[in-house]
Design a protein around this ligand. Structure first.
Ligand code: U2F
Length: 530
């Protein structure tokens, strides 16, 4: 069947159910952004014209909100706990619904079992042994574990249909069970032996994974103009809804307060948290739409290092603020920071919000060394002088997210060995420097690493084409391959396709890197990808 765009979200809102604060938060968000999604659906509809879109049967099982996973998130929704994951799931549900797919949604193991039982009843076929009644399954690491328990071996058989929503991403070396175990990449999460592109992240962290994202506020021209007229040049909002995020930040707050009125949205029960200085105007945790109003007036949104990589800086910039954040030197990673420890990635994080730094940058984002109080001081002064317009990268608009999810759903196929998407026309073969990853090598040439293209460059012809001097060409299981050592004139190809990795690097090796072009503002897609 052909999928038809939907602009009415009432069926979706009924499907999400209720009771828990996390679900109420998601429903409020879905309702609030409904007009924005409707406009986006119409625009994307016009852009795609008469193109056929398959309607898919999709199961969505949100594992981290189930009681069985411990659900630590729901009780903290109104108390300053993380909301980023709920923002993203609300937007994923909306995007799939708006694109016109057939959704079954489960937020508890009981619902999951109910859905599976209904399938048995309606079709007379058992999901444990028969064909999978879904084209796609969106879940997370908790959900994956639960589905393994309840579907047993059949999950393995249907693995290629799964998509795992994974905020910070999973690199191939951590995902391959045997390799991870043998080489010290074993963590709490990885080792599912999926194709690494089946993990979908919140920001485009490593191109080894697919970038799912979420959306932010969009403003029309009238709103943009009125925001610019009503900006209060000396008003700052601090990023951090939990008091602990303010701990030890007094000296920066003092400097900031020399120039600006400082606002906060820190959760508190009865008394002002001691971490928040008396001169700060604390509004308490605000509902999302009230936070947006506050950001519309403010000139500066300032981060103190935590939380990492959340949605709020994008919302601030979309509402015309400049985001000031600390540089991390040395970078934070799973090797040296508690928060990242045990996460299946060795990505190094060079600032609180690398996406804001690398993809948005000045004048909207200023990343400075907070240990240097002069630098900090002059950044604040510069921000007060600088005029910016509200800005939102296309990939974080509703239309951008719909376009990307549409492209994935219609084209990404992990069930066939040689999928034709992304098209080969987008491939640009490059060689990395020694010690450089393919993420960096492609980036420095204005491209992005495309793991789907490794299979085209993992051969002798590619080495010959590059005029690499190889005395031997062998094939091994190692996540930095294909690569060669100049010194030793050794060339190695990759024997395990699951270990094709953009992220890997090694000091002695130059890597063969399959890069591709990308659309401006939509890094997930190449020029011929749509
Ligand atoms: C990130 O999670 P957080 O929830 O801490 O991320 P934030 O950037 O603070 O923002 C989440 C949402 O909270 C909303 C705001 C954002 O959409 O509109 N909000 C609000 O409704 N009221 C307020 O007063 C203040 C903010 C990240 F997303 C997670 O993946 C990580 O686990 C976490 C830790 O790094 O950081």
């Amino acid at each position: 069947r052909q999928a038809a765009f939907r602009t009415d979200l009432s069926v979706l809102l009924d499907q999400v159910g209720g009771g828990k604060e996390s679900l109420s938060f998601m429903k409020r968000r879905i309702r609030r952004l409904a007009p924005q999604w409707a406009t986006a659906a119409n625009r994307l509809g016009a852009k795609l014209g008469q193109r056929w879109r398959d309607q898919k049967k999709i199961l969505i099982h949100v594992g981290f909100l189930t009681e069985e996973s411990g659900d630590v998130f729901s009780p903290k929704v109104l108390k300053g706990g993380p909301l980023g994951e709920m923002v993203q799931w609300a937007d994923i549900l909306t995007a799939l619904h708006v694109l016109g797919h057939n959704l079954k949604i489960s937020m508890s193991v009981k619902e999951l079992q109910g859905i599976m039982l209904k399938v048995v009843f309606n079709r007379g076929s058992c999901p444990l042994t028969g064909p999978l009644p879904f084209d796609l399954i969106y879940t997370d690491y908790h959900g994956l574990q639960q589905m393994k328990q309840h579907m047993g071996l059949s999950l393995k058989k249907h693995k290629c249909h799964i998509r795992v929503i994974d905020t910070f991403g999973t690199e191939p070396a951590y995902n391959h069970e045997e390799y991870a175990t043998l080489h010290g990449y074993r963590t709490n999460w990885g080792y599912w032996n999926l194709n690494a592109r089946q993990y979908m992240t919140m920001f485009p962290h490593t191109p080894d994974n697919s970038f799912m994202g979420f959306v932010s506020e969009e403003l029309n021209e009238t709103e943009k103009r009125s925001i610019q007229q009503n900006k209060v040049n000396n008003m700052a909002v601090v990023y951090g809804k939990e008091a602990s995020m303010w701990k030890g930040k007094d000296s920066f707050l003092e400097i900031l307060h020399k120039y600006m009125e400082v606002h906060g949205t820190v959760y508190y029960e009865t008394q002002r948290p001691p971490e928040v200085p008396a001169f700060v105007k604390n509004h308490g945790l605000l509902p999302q739409h009230e936070l947006q109003q506050l950001l519309r007036k403010a000139k500066l949104f300032i981060g103190f290092g935590f939380p990492y990589e959340g949605p709020a800086p994008l919302e601030a910039i979309a509402n015309g603020c400049i985001f000031l954040q600390p540089k991390f030197q040395p970078p934070h990673s799973s090797l040296n920071h508690e928060f990242f420890r045990g996460k299946p990635t060795s990505r190094e994080v060079f600032s609180q919000h690398p996406y804001a730094e690398e993809y948005i940058g000045r004048p909207y984002v200023m990343t400075v060394d907070y240990n240097n109080s002069l630098e900090f001081d002059s950044a604040v002064k510069e921000i007060m002088r600088t005029k910016v317009e509200p800005y939102l990268p296309y990939e974080y608009t509703c239309e951008g997210m719909l376009e990307r999810v549409h492209a994935y759903i219609q084209n990404q196929d992990f069930c066939v060995p040689e999928p034709p998407w992304p098209p080969l026309s987008s491939l640009r073969l490059l060689v990395s420097q020694e010690g450089q990853s393919c993420v960096e090598a492609c980036q420095s040439a204005g491209f992005i690493c495309e793991p789907a293209h490794f299979r085209f460059v993992n051969n002798k012809e590619a080495l010959r084409g590059l005029e690499v001097q190889c005395e031997v060409v062998d094939s091994e299981i190692n996540h930095i391959l294909p690569a060669f050592s100049v010194m030793r004139r050794e060339c190695s190809l990759q024997r395990e396709p699951l270990l094709f990795s953009c992220a890997g690097h090694s000091p002695k090796y130059r890597r063969l890197c399959p890069c591709r072009d990308f659309l401006r503002g939509q890094v997930a897609l190449c020029r011929d990808c749509l």
